[in-house]
Design a protein around this ligand. Structure first.
Ligand code: S3P
Ligand code: PEP
Length: 422
């Protein structure tokens, strides 16, 4: 890929027949780093993601007093030690860093400034800051309720009960739960609104338990009592959302692909892709070697509610552009506050290639039409690079702008994709 800022994404001239590996899960890696930073002893995070978002998280926990070291076996993290003075947490455009690290800052005694890419300043964070204030944090955001903001740590956080509207991002809730074992009184969170990304909440609870906490859930109420965390080592699963473009490829090209290391059980939202493949006429077989997907003879259109698996929307939208009939995606209004307004970006970019995709209040309407080549803009959004790659499988002449932005979660995506498409 080099320094080039466009990519002539390959068009398939033959059916796919490939085995692929994808890097570690962003969501699991960045939770493991946070929980390790809060632990009593050192933790070795094995097979972590190495990408922009993961490095930003390591940078954040390190300025907050943890010490991460890359070893042959993974990343070893010594937990946070308190300190004084002013430090900066660099957020890039990482939602997980912007939402999961403010509670860590409130637990220490430093003054911590948070800022990042222009795009992160537009992403929602106000409900989380408000909840942290209720739990005892001192936050100065000059009344904006957005990045940038400053947290003046006072050496600990009281915790207690709080209500939060987490409908703009499940990460607000995950942020409170992940750090709660270190709050003096733990936390009780009552949710208002329809929280998206349910699997990511399950992931938070599961990982808290593995590190020794005892979270409880009763519907929309969550309780995490204070606890000492400790775990010698944690192995990260492959990122099933990064696998999405590979998984859907045989539905467009025919043939088969095997994604190595697909877990038998997981909290990752990408596991839903197995159901999607079967529903759209393909087959997906999971065994000890991984997930093998084969394409079918038809590709029916579908009405899909992606509220729980929103991050899959760009790739699923690209796929459905080639369906035999129209499709609708619902339940993803919160994607307007992702890396970019993903609903607007997908509608604009696919329409510019001759497609008929419109954004609705909470999703997208897709009427398959013949597409033509052209530039596919990516708005600094890794998942738009992946969507552009999927479109190009069937449409010659698509040039994906700024492919390097995929490095947020999958630095060598272009190389691995080019090895698979033939
Ligand atoms: O907790 C997490 O790791 C994530 C939660 C989801 O965020 P939203 O609930 O804001 O969509 C998801 O889209 C994001 O990619 C990762
Ligand atoms: C929404 C996403 O990322 P973030 O962690 O920045 O919220 C995503 O990866 O699709």
């Amino acid at each position: 890929m080099g320094e080039e800022n466009t990519w002539a994404a390959p068009t398939a001239t033959d059916s796919i027949d490939a085995d692929v590996r994808v890097p570690g899960s962003k969501s699991i890696t960045n939770r493991a780093f946070v929980l390790a930073a809060l632990s009593d002893g050192a933790t070795l995070v094995r097979e972590p993601l190495d990408s922009r978002d993961a490095r930003l998280m390591l940078g954040a926990i390190d300025v907050l007093g943890a010490a991460s070291t890359e070893t042959a076996d993974g990343v070893r993290i010594e937990p946070m030690a308190d300190g004084h003075g002013e430090v900066d947490v660099v957020l890039g455009n990482a939602g997980t860093v912007a939402r999961f690290t403010p509670p860590l800052a409130a637990l220490g005694s430093r003054t911590v400034r948070f800022d990042g890419d222009p795009a992160i300043r537009r992403r929602p964070v106000a409900p989380l800051l408000e909840a942290l204030r209720t739990l005892g944090a001192h936050i100065d955001d000059e009344g904006r309720g957005t990045v940038p903001f400053t947290i003046r740590g006072e050496g600990g956080l009281r915790g207690g009960s709080v209500e939060i509207d987490s409908s703009a991002s499940s990460q607000f809730l995950s942020a409170l739960l992940l750090s709660a074992p270190a709050f003096e009184r733990g936390v009780t969170v009552r949710l208002r609104g329809e929280t998206p990304s349910e699997p990511h909440i399950a992931m938070t609870l599961d990982m808290l338990r593995r590190f020794g906490a005892a979270p409880e859930r009763d519907g929309t109420e969550f309780h995490v009592p204070p606890a000492r965390l400790e775990l010698d080592s944690y192995t990260v699963e492959p990122d099933l959302s990064s696998a999405a473009p590979f998984v859907v490829a045989p539905l467009l090209t025919g043939g088969r692909i095997r994604v190595a290391g697909w877990p038998a059980e997981t909290t990752q939202p990408g596991d839903w892709l197995r159901d999607l493949v079967r529903r759209l006429g393909g087959d997906a077989v999971l065994d000890a070697d991984g997930l093998t997907v084969t394409g079918g003879d038809t590709l029916p259109g579908a009405v899909l509610d992606l509220h729980a698996v929103g991050e899959l929307t760009p790739v699923v939208t690209a796929l459905l552009c080639f369906a035999d009939g129209p499709s609708e995606i619902r339940g993803v209004a919160h994607l307007r506050g992702h890396e970019t307004d993903r609903l607007a970006a997908l509608a604009t970019e696919i329409s510019a290639l001759g497609g008929d995709v419109t954004d609705t209040e909470d999703g997208l309407r897709i009427r398959p039409t013949p597409l033509r080549g052209g530039t596919f803009h990516t708005y600094d959004d890794h998942r738009l690079v992946m969507a552009g790659a999927v479109l190009a499988l069937r449409v010659p002449g698509i040039t994906v702008e700024n492919p390097a932005t995929v490095g947020k979660t999958f630095p060598d995506f272009v190389q691995r994709w080019e090895r698979v498409v033939r």
